[in-house]
Structures are given as structure tokens and as C-alpha cells.
Design a protein around this ligand. Structure first.
Ligand code: UN1
Length: 501
């Protein structure tokens, strides 16, 4: 049996599930077809939404700490399957081994977070202006949650959403990217095993998966039976999903494009900055929402920084992501490669100078794999192309002279996901974090913009979507809040001192 089949089988995916279907899954490593998966039919999606609605009737009544037990079991399954899931992520989306494992670990982490959370779904108690009255809040389960994910975090983003949804009392319907079905399935099967161990306290239809393209996602987006749609992907996708969900008064969590920057000031530790730039601009072949795309560096330290960065780029090992020592794997497909070429050509037209990279790599070894040398392009200013998100290892460098100018350049893009500053000057750091500083959902100091921990709220402003998921109080979006005013007096005073009759 091939290694793929045996790993998938250990993940709970049977050979017949990946044969004879209409959806071809390819490995970006060499372009080879890995599987042909059966797609869910539109009729099946309708049935599965109905089932989810029914499951909600039961799941919402299971006490939250008991629901927590389910995510504990899921975390347990994910921990056991970590190596296999990491490997499937690597082979299916091209992440290097370490990053595939890191992604699987995010699933474990969020399950542990959600387990603790299951005993902390607190509302507030609020003092009343009326004698003999008390006000309190309760958080109640919301209903079925659709989780639509992108290829670049095919396991973790489902786990972030589903672990919270499940402890919050919501059934989930998962629609993984067509480019990353196996990673999605492997993560989903771990949840199914946890549900089986949890036993009959879990209603049928608590977690379901939809496999296929955008038209199936659209059915989820349009269904009034699904009060929350969590969608990760491009801003273009978000522009379609957002208004559709809003038109039926549904809630949404949108995690869309990022155009994440690093400001490097004269007070920066340049060696640390170089290490952070490498991981965040080149890691995952620049295909994280949080990848570093813009380097805004003080003119006085630009040459020194580039003097360290360029040799580091030159020594990057590009290759098969499963080979030990590789730091840069392939792009997801030819379209991604073409988009990168287009961005570099446009940048040149707009006055950019390619300092390194951009060319295809390993074409002989992998004629159907799209490997690229990570690129650095110095720009005379933040031109139109720099303001667009290009999903690949392309780093623009822009020099600044004055700190306020750096902040202005930083914020002058349509996206607002993640950001960072490298500086040991307290004034610069605090200014960057202040109300007049970075306008992103995440603003870091002396670390890169990517690789966030699950404990914080993850998400961004402007065209990134404005929502948050994962840690902190992101769970509140998966619940409905009720405000309860309780009168324990024998009178009926009205608020605002109104007398009536
Ligand atoms: C994404 O790129 O869609 O912060 C998510 C990070 C990861 C998650 C990224 N923990 O880079």
C-alpha cells in the first residue's frame, strides 16, 4: 500500500472515499493526483442543513462543560493524529514538515482552549436603576455554524471555528477548500472519532462535511437555518459572502486578505528583524493570510538590513517540503505562480527594482510543481500593486525618512490584518500600538506579523473583514446574548422614572 493510502487510512479515510469521485486532489509538490473524492450533491447539502437544525435542538441542552468533554476528546484524537495530519497538510498544500506539524498543533491548542472555555461562557450581572431589580446576561447557543475554509490552513482554521462552536452549543457544517479536501477530511475524521467516543450524548448530525465547489458553499451562505457563517479566503470571496449573509440578517465571521507590514526603525535589532522577516515573508511560501508583504524601513538602516537579508535569502533551501532542511515549498498551483509573476512585472512597471528572486525554481525536477525563489522588490513608493495582496513569497521594500511617514505608509492599504514594528525605542513602539498607530487587528512588537498563538483574537480590520476568531472573547460570536431584567420587588417601577396610568 502506498504511504499516502496508509496515512489516510490511519486518519480514518477509507480507500473508497478517495477513488472514483469527481473532485481531483493534486499535490503541489509534483502536481500528481492524490485522490478523486466524491462531491456532495446540492440535495445532500439541503438534507444535511436540516439534520444540523435538528441536532441543534438537542445539543443546545447539553450542559456546556459536558460539551467541553467532546472537544477534550477531539483534542486527544488530534494529538494522536498530529504527525499524520501534519503530513497530509504537507503533501496536499506543500507546507514544510515543521509547519504541517505546527498547523496540526493549532488544532490541539484550540481544543484545550475551548475545553477551559466550556466552563467560562459567562455573562455579566448588571446593577439596575430600579429597586428590587437585577439585570443579568446569558449566552445561549446560536444554531448551526457553517465553516468555509481556505487551502492555506486546511486543518487549523476548521478546528478554531468548530471547537468554539461545539462548546458554545452549535452544530457545525464544514466546507473545506477544494484544494485541501484531504487535510479537511483528516481533521474532520478525528472529530468523528471523538463524537463516537462521546457516545449518544452527541446528536446525529452534530458535525458534517460538504465536499465540493463554491455553489455548495453558496447554499450554506444563503440558508436561513444557518445563523453564523465563518468564511476564510480572499476579499473577493468576502464581498460575495458578506452581503448575502447580511441580507438574511445572518451573522458572519470573515477572515479575508492581509497586506501585512513590518516597520523597521533605526532603533531595531536588525539581526532579530532578519530572522522574523525570513519566517514571515518566506515561511509557508508566503501563503499565510498573515505573511509579511511590506517592509517599511528607515532609509538610514535600509542598506544594513538588506545587507543581512539578501544573503539570507540566497541561502534559502527551496524544495520538496517533506525533505528535512527545506524552508520553502511549492506554491499551491500555477495560478498562484502566474499571479506572482504578474505582480512582479507590474511592480517593475511602477518603478520597482527586483533585488532577488521571483524566478521559477526546480522546473526540471518538478515540471508540474510551481516552486519559486522568494522575491524582494524595492519600490520607490507604495504604488498600486503594493496595495494589493499577492499570495506568495513577494516582499516589497519601501524606505521612509520620518516615523509619522512610516505609519502613514503602513496604514495606507485597503487591508488590515496583521502588523509589526521592530524597535527598541519605547516611544516608537508605543506610538505604533496607539490609537494613531497601526490600524490592523493585530499589531506586534519585535516579532513578525505571522504565526499568531490561538489564545488571542485573530482577525483584522478594513477589507480583512472586521471580525475575530480563535481566542479571547471570539466565542461570543457563536452564541446569542439575552439580557434578563428580574423584578423581585412587589412594585412595578418603570425605567427612566416613567409613570404610566
Ligand atoms: C491564515 O493564514 O489563514 O497567525 C491563518 C498565523 C497562523 C494562522 C494563519 N496561526 O499565521
Amino acid at each position: 500500500m502506498s504511504e499516502l493510502l496508509s496515512v489516510l487510512q490511519r486518519c480514518g479515510i477509507a480507500p473508497e472515499e478517495i477513488e472514483g469521485g469527481t473532485l481531483g486532489v493534486r499535490s503541489p509538490i509534483d502536481g500528481a493526483e492524490l485522490a478523486r473524492v466524491r462531491e456532495t450533491t446540492p440535495g445532500e447539502v439541503d438534507a444535511l442543513i436540516a439534520k444540523s437544525k435538528e441536532a441543534f435542538q438537542q445539543w443546545r441542552l447539553v450542559p456546556a462543560p459536558v460539551r467541553g468533554e467532546l472537544v477534550r476528546l477531539w483534542g486527544d484524537e488530534l494529538r494522536h493524529a498530529k504527525r499524520d495530519i501534519g503530513w497530509v497538510v504537507s503533501i496536499e498544500v506543500g507546507k514544510i514538515t515543521e509547519e504541517g506539524l505546527g498547523e496540526a498543533q493549532e488544532g490541539v491548542d484550540i481544543c484545550e482552549f475551548a475545553l477551559g472555555l466550556s466552563r467560562q461562557l459567562h455573562g455579566k450581572t448588571i446593577v439596575s436603576e430600579r429597586p428590587g431589580h437585577r439585570i443579568m446576561e446569558q449566552y445561549h447557543p446560536l444554531g448551526p455554524v457553517a465553516v468555509i475554509t481556505a487551502f492555506n490552513f486546511p486543518s487549523a482554521v476548521f478546528a478554531w471555528n468548530a471547537a468554539l462552536a461545539l462548546v458554545c452549543g452549535d452544530p457545525v457544517i464544514f466546507k473545506p477548500s477544494e484544494k485541501a479536501v484531504l487535510s479537511g477530511l483528516a481533521t474532520f475524521k478525528a472529530l468523528e472519532r471523538a463524537i463516537a467516543r462521546f457516545g449518544d450524548r452527541a446528536p446525529e448530525g452534530l458535525a458534517q462535511i460538504v465536499i465540493g465547489g463554491a455553489s455548495l458553499a453558496e447554499k450554506l451562505v444563503d440558508s436561513p437555518a444557518i445563523p453564523l457563517v465563518s468564511a476564510t479566503g480572499s476579499t473577493r470571496m468576502g464581498r460575495i459572502v458578506g452581503p448575502k449573509v447580511a441580507s438574511r440578517f445572518g451573522k458572519r465571521i470573515l477572515e479575508l486578505g492581509g497586506n501585512n507590514a513590518m516597520v523597521v526603525t533605526p532603533a531595531a535589532d536588525l539581526d532579530m528583524a532578519v530572522r522574523a522577516i525570513l519566517f514571515s515573508a518566506v515561511g509557508t511560501a508566503g501563503q499565510r493570510c498573515t505573511s509579511l508583504r511590506r517592509l517599511i524601513v528607515h532609509r538610514g538602516v535600509k542598506d544594513a538590513l538588506l545587507g543581512k537579508l539578501l544573503p539570507a535569502y540566497a541561502s534559502l533551501r527551496i524544495g520538496n517540503p517533506l525533505t528535512a532542511g527545506t524552508l520553502v515549498g511549492p506554491l499551491i498551483d500555477q495560478r498562484a505562480f502566474d499571479a506572482l509573476q504578474h505582480a512582479i512585472a507590474t511592480a517593475k512597471e511602477q518603478g520597482g527594482k527586483v533585488l532577488t528572486g521571483g524566478e521559477r525554481a526546480l522546473e526540471d525536477e518538478f515540471p508540474n510543481g510551481w516552486y519559486v525563489r522568494p522575491a524582494i522588490v524595492e519600490m520607490p513608493a507604495q504604488t498600486a500593486i503594493v496595495r494589493e495582496e499577492t499570495f506568495g513569497p513577494l516582499l516589497y521594500v519601501i524606505a521612509y525618512d520620518d516615523f509619522d511617514e512610516a505609519i502613514a505608509i503602513h496604514n495606507d492599504v485597503p487591508q488590515g490584518l496583521s502588523s509589526c514594528i521592530f524597535s527598541n525605542d519605547l516611544r516608537e513602539v508605543e506610538a505604533f500600538l496607539s490609537a494613531a498607530g497601526s490600524d490592523c487587528g493585530m499589531a506586534n512588537v519585535n516579532i513578525g506579523p505571522s504565526g499568531a498563538e490561538i489564545g488571542g483574537a485573530f482577525g483584522g480590520e478594513k477589507e480583512t473583514g472586521g471580525d475575530r476568531e480563535s481566542g479571547s472573547d471570539a466565542w461570543k460570536q457563536y452564541m446569542r446574548r439575552t439580557t434578563n431584567t428580574i423584578n423581585f420587588s412587589k412594585d412595578l417601577p418603570l425605567a427612566q422614572g416613567i409613570t404610566f396610568g
